[in-house]
Unconditional design. Structure first.
Length: 93
């Protein structure tokens, strides 16, 4: 369930807007870190739970967390340089 919450938060922050909002990058970085933490928890729980249904549930949670981590990373990486250059231009004036 946490994986779905993190994924929903990522979708909320990545929804299209009129321009580039550099204030969205920090929360997306935090959500990516939480997704990585959830991946580690899923691997740890997979070693503990042996039933097939539980392992499938953990596998799908792992997939959701991995997709969230990947998309958050790509979004932040794409816009980080643009936001950094904008910040440098603002500070140099």
């Amino acid at each position: 369930m946490l994986a779905l919450g993190v994924a929903a938060g990522s979708v909320w922050y990545m929804k299209p807007s009129a321009g580039i909002d550099c204030n969205k990058l920090a929360p997306l970085t935090v959500l990516a870190t939480v997704a990585a933490f959830l991946i580690s928890i899923c691997f740890r729980l997979m070693a503990r739970h042996k039933e097939k249904s539980q392992r499938w549930f953990l596998f799908f949670c792992l997939l959701i967390a991995a997709a969230t981590l990947f998309t958050d990373f790509r979004y932040v990486r794409r816009y980080r340089d643009i936001c950094d250059s904008l910040g440098t231009q603002i500070r140099s004036r």
